[in-house]
Design a protein around this ligand. Sequence first.
Ligand SMILES: [Fe+2]
Ligand SMILES: [Fe+2]
Length: 176
Amino acid sequence: MKRRYKNDIERYGSDILNSDELQHAYDQTHHRWSTVGEHTLRVAAASLAICYALRKIHVSTDTSAVVKGALCHDLGILGRYDKYKSNKECSRQHPADSVEVARRLVEDLPEKTADIIERHMWPAGHSKAPNSLECMIVSVADKYAAIKDLVQGSEIKHTGIKNKVHDFLGGDTRSD
Ligand SMILES: [Fe+2]
Ligand SMILES: [Fe+2]
């Protein structure tokens, strides 16, 4: 099962996984205890879990759009303390900035994938509502992953348990 997640993330997202942006994402704290990079992988894995579950009830999804959207959704938040004046500005602006990053990393970025990234903050951040099933999947997975970042991160602090997100995906996906 773990191999399936890793295969799909690498199949559709290898250019993003190997980008300087995602490498730097492991250096920026996110949701207090996590990093943008770890959160990104959690969102990709949670999004795929929803896709696999939907497939069992004969609902098909665009896996490529889901993986690319999930991997890029927060990359615009990198450098947030230099770019944005406040958390509110960050919350409203980073989805559009993430789309700009995605257009650099993904050749001919499909509008469906751009919408996934642009609308992932819904219903927060004055975001437009999701306009596709894939858009809704990544938005829901983002909230689920954010809660995991906060809960599992606090476990790290209080119990010393190591963050296992890379192990879950079957190994370190970083290129170095
Ligand atoms: Fe976000
Ligand atoms: Fe996020």
